[in-house]
Design a protein around this ligand. Structure first.
Ligand SMILES: Cc1cc2nc3c(=O)[nH]c(=O)nc-3n(C[C@H](O)[C@H](O)[C@H](O)COP(=O)(O)O)c2cc1C
Length: 239
């Protein structure tokens, strides 16, 4: 019996640890950078910052002329790779992650162009993953950025709502992020924190996210298909 419980614990722990999160962001004036710094104090995540290949551009000069023309090019031809500004190579294996949080500055009501470049080339590889979106703007509403994210990651499982942090609220980002993560049930989704201490190993009933009982005998957990499961009505796990 002891042996069975031990192997069960290993199986469940392995699944919880698998729920890895990646934060991908771009930031020109560091508001999103500061938001991401606050975010990663609250969750376990790997972080990637997108950098434009062309250095030293002042996207805000002349009433945001360069930023504006980059966005226009994408709006005019969103399916053409040449509409997107080049970015530095990004070394990350998306297969390693179940959840991806995107940190995006808003440019002319759209997602900042360099971040769109990354998603244009990699969004298809995010199919079936949980996608969270955090947007920073001076004042404009974020629905255009949400549409960009959905266009570029057509098969992502978007977490709702997105988090909108105005630039003037950046210093208050930490508490906004905390509230947002709670509203998403993020700790339930990743289930990493208290996995090893609070679960009752002897009484696992596994439910689908819609509440149907999938298995009463937790030993069959390893045979489940990929998907989201609730254990003991407490935590959600992704296999
Ligand atoms: C090219 C460009 C265009 C922008 N367009 C808008 C806009 O239409 N509406 C708005 O509220 N803010 C706009 N902003 C402001 C940014 O969204 C805001 O400053 C944001 O916090 C920047 O994030 P970052 O510091 O991470 O780059 C624009 C900024 C740039 C550089």
């Amino acid at each position: 019996m002891k042996k069975i419980l031990l192997s069960l614990m290993l199986i469940v722990s392995a699944i919880a640890i698998n729920a890895k999160t990646l934060v991908i962001y771009y930031s020109y004036t560091n508001n999103v950078h500061n938001i991401v710094t606050d975010l990663t104090k609250q969750i376990e995540a790997d972080v990637v910052r997108i950098e434009p290949a062309e250095k030293g551009l002042d996207y805000a000069a002349n009433n945001y002329a360069i930023g504006s023309s980059l966005i226009s090019a994408i709006r005019n031809n969103p399916d053409d790779a040449s509409s997107y500004p080049a970015i530095d190579p990004v070394n990350v294996n998306l297969d390693d992650y179940d959840c991806i949080i995107i940190g995006a500055p808003l440019w002319w009501s759209n997602m900042a162009a360099p971040l769109q470049t990354y998603l244009f080339h990699n969004g298809a590889s995010m199919a079936g993953k949980n996608i969270g979106l955090i947007v920073s703007s001076a004042s404009s509403g974020i629905s255009g950025v949400e549409s960009d994210a959905k266009r570029l990651i057509p098969d992502g499982d978007f977490l709702s709502p997105s988090l909108w942090i105005r630039s003037s609220q950046t210093s208050n980002a930490s508490s906004m992020i905390e509230t947002w993560l709670k509203s998403l049930g993020f700790d339930m989704m990743t289930g990493m924190e208290d996995m090893e201490t609070d679960h009752n190993i002897g009484k696992h009933t596994i439910f689908s996210v819609s509440g149907a009982i999938v298995a009463k005998d937790a030993l069959s957990f390893q045979n489940l298909e990929k998907g989201l499961y609730i254990i003991n009505g407490k935590k959600i796990y992704k296999k």
